[in-house]
Design a protein around this ligand. Structure first.
Ligand code: DGT
Ligand code: CA
Ligand code: CA
Ligand code: ZN
Length: 573
């Protein structure tokens, strides 16, 4: 059994236990174990052979025994017993949005539904809406959920792909034969989801590099192994392609394998217009057959008479025209960021105190932060009542004073926009806060009018400064809400309300395309990590990548401003 099979077995156990109505912490034990195994960078069989199963996060003695049983016998007695009680195919029914364990059990008990096909049939015949607690709306939602399931892709979130790719790349860069290397493909362009991982290194001596690559500890299977190109599949799932390129040809190869395909097509056309062909190896003169080699990407663009085009915008969405007119955007950079305006502490669902978050942010070189815990109606996240919010304000002011004049801690909230469109705090509470973010967390399935009206209510409130993760998508599979973004943009522009690019790689919301439109409409943006832990501050790089992909410039992002300029904007908007 490999890592994924064992993780899947645990995940299925968690689902079956939940359908049975088991207590949540038992369910979570299996789910957390499944996650930990899925993310392992090594073969679990090797970990078992080394006697190190219990060093895997979330694996104690009981789960280690179950893993051992799976590894040594290929089966699990406990799973078999469970599967005899609850049909395993019900697990597929749970994947449908709008179907939780209680509903799955109800459909099974009352209609004998055990498979996805049976669920779809019953919904199509209108049988679900007749059950208690169900209606036409929830039945339609389930039908839509089944359809969106069939549209799901195998693409992975950039948050999984990037650390994996960098791990491979950093190992390769240690080899003496490797001159330089890059992550290429969609990952270098910061697409929100990734098909496979592409790596490129420059060297005249590929054999030892390819050897090291196919023997990396994350390699589960070698798909192809050659002198200039190898492909492997990782334990974590994704495929990784490595190309080794002679250093004098590295520039053309890096442009080619960074893509996008559409960008490359345009570059080839431009080359042909000046009598050259362009491929991954070189420019070639159509008449003389003479090659022009490029060691760097800058040289490739220079041959075409263009300035360097940053990878994030190589999509043939206007970047070539902008380059020809010497009018490329001055894209925001990580070093432009001075603050993080959205984070959680132990006051709601974060894991660290206000002081600890402040220290960590300061250590990362930020000059101010805003503490924005959840508000009262988000009970699941331990949201704050107005009374606790005011108590928190006293602590924020105290920490702000303790941190000295060079680092500021401001008090805000991530306030829920309730299902009925009202805000979770009254105006007289909001006016006491330095910064107000309003976000939609509940009733995300409302129809377009209803959910849009909610967002507009928040945008129009003069105390609301920022809308958090506006569209509610969760990558790679949970689709955004029905929010009418034209209406949101119009209102945000009119009321001077900023929109967030949430940097958490599962969100990236606004995404690049919407961020670009927001900027074009003169709307201010903010890029926040939504940190629940000091380590989450690192996620800012995904927000920066997304913003760059959306052509965003620093001057339009509030948290690139210094604290006084930021406060001034808040006060005068
Ligand atoms: P992905 O993997 O689906 O997330 O997207 P990419 O962009 O990484 O695509 P991939 O891995 O198929 O190929 C990597 C790069 O190689 C791609 O961005 C551009 C280049 N490339 C691949 N196939 C072609 C092609 O048929 N024509 C051209 N011009 N370039 C290609
Ligand atoms: Ca790729
Ligand atoms: Ca590829
Ligand atoms: Zn949120």
């Amino acid at each position: 059994m490999n890592n994924r099979q064992i993780a899947d077995t645990f995940e299925t156990i968690a689902d079956l236990l939940q359908i049975k109505g088991e207590i949540i912490h038992r369910v979570m034990a299996y789910r957390n174990a499944a996650d930990a195994i899925r993310e392992l960078p090594r073969d679990i069989n090797a970990i078992y052979a080394d006697g190190q199963l219990q060093q895997i996060p979330n694996i104690g003695a009981t789960l280690a025994e179950k893993i051992e049983e799976l590894i040594t016998t290929g089966e699990l007695e406990f799973f078999n017993r469970l599967a005899a009680e609850v049909p395993v195919t019900l697990v597929d029914v749970l994947k449908v949005e709008g179907v939780g364990p209680k509903k799955a059990k109800k459909f099974w008990d009352e209609l004998g539904i055990t498979t996805l096909e049976q669920l779809q049939e019953a919904a199509a015949k209108g049988e679900l809406q007749k059950l208690s607690g169900m209606g036409k709306k929830s039945e339609d939602r389930i039908l839509a959920g089944i359809e969106s399931l069939s549209r799901r892709t195998d693409r992975i979130s950039i948050g999984i792909a990037m650390p994996l790719a960098l791990d491979f790349l950093n190992e390769l860069l240690k080899l003496p034969q490797v001159k330089k290397g890059h992550v290429a493909g969609s990952l270098r362009r910061f697409r929100e989801t990734i098909g496979d991982l592409d790596l490129l290194v420059a060297s005249d001596d590929p054999d030892p590099i390819m050897e090291a690559f196919i023997h990396h500890q994350s390699v589960e299977r070698v798909l192809g192994h050659g002198p200039s190109k190898s492909s492997i599949e990782t334990f974590q799932g994704p495929q990784v392609d490595l190309k080794v390129i002679p250093p004098e040809r590295y520039g053309t190869a890096l442009v080619y394998f960074t893509g996008s395909k559409q960008h490359n097509v345009r570059l080839r056309e431009m080359a042909q217009n000046i009598g050259l062909t362009l491929n991954e190896h070189a420019f070639t003169n159509l008449e003389t057959g003479e090659e022009t080699l490029c060691a760097t990407e800058e040289e490739v663009y220079a041959v075409l008479g263009l300035p360097y085009i940053p990878p994030e915008i190589r999509e043939d969405r206007g970047e070539l025209e902008a380059a020809q007119q010497n009018n490329l955007p001055d894209l925001i950079q990580l070093s432009d960021i001075k603050a993080d305006l959205h984070m959680h502490t132990t006051w709601s669902d974060g894991s660290f105190s206000i002081r600890e978050m402040a220290e960590a942010a300061k250590a990362r070189g930020l000059s101010y932060i805003v503490i924005t815990d959840h508000s009262q109606s988000l009970g699941i996240a331990n949201g704050l009542t107005p009374e606790r919010l005011l108590e928190q304000q006293a602590e924020v002011r105290k920490v702000d004073a303790e941190m000295g004049p060079d680092f500021r801690v401001f008090h805000g909230t991530e306030m829920d926009i309730r299902a009925d469109g009202t805000l979770d705090f009254p105006d007289e509470v909001l006016e006491k806060l330095d910064v107000v973010i309003a976000s939609i967390h509940v009733a995300q399935k409302q129809d377009k009018d209803q959910i849009t009206q909610r967002a507009l209510n928040a945008i129009r409130n003069p105390h609301v400064d920022i809308i958090g993760h506006p569209r509610g998508q969760l990558l790679p599979d949970r689709e955004p809400t029905q929010l009418d973004m034209d209406a949101v943009f119009e209102a945000a522009a009119e009321h001077n309300t900023a929109l967030e690019i949430n940097a958490n790689p599962r969100r990236l919301d606004l995404d690049a395309a919407y961020a670009r439109r927001a900027q074009e409409l003169g709307i201010k943006l903010v890029i926040n990590t939504d940190a629940h832990h000091p380590e989450n501050f690192e996620l800012i790089s995904y927000g920066i990548g997304t913003a760059r992909r959306g052509w965003v410039e620093a001057q339009n992002v509030l948290n690139t401003w210094d604290a006084d300029q930021f406060l001034d904007w808040i006060a005068n908007r």
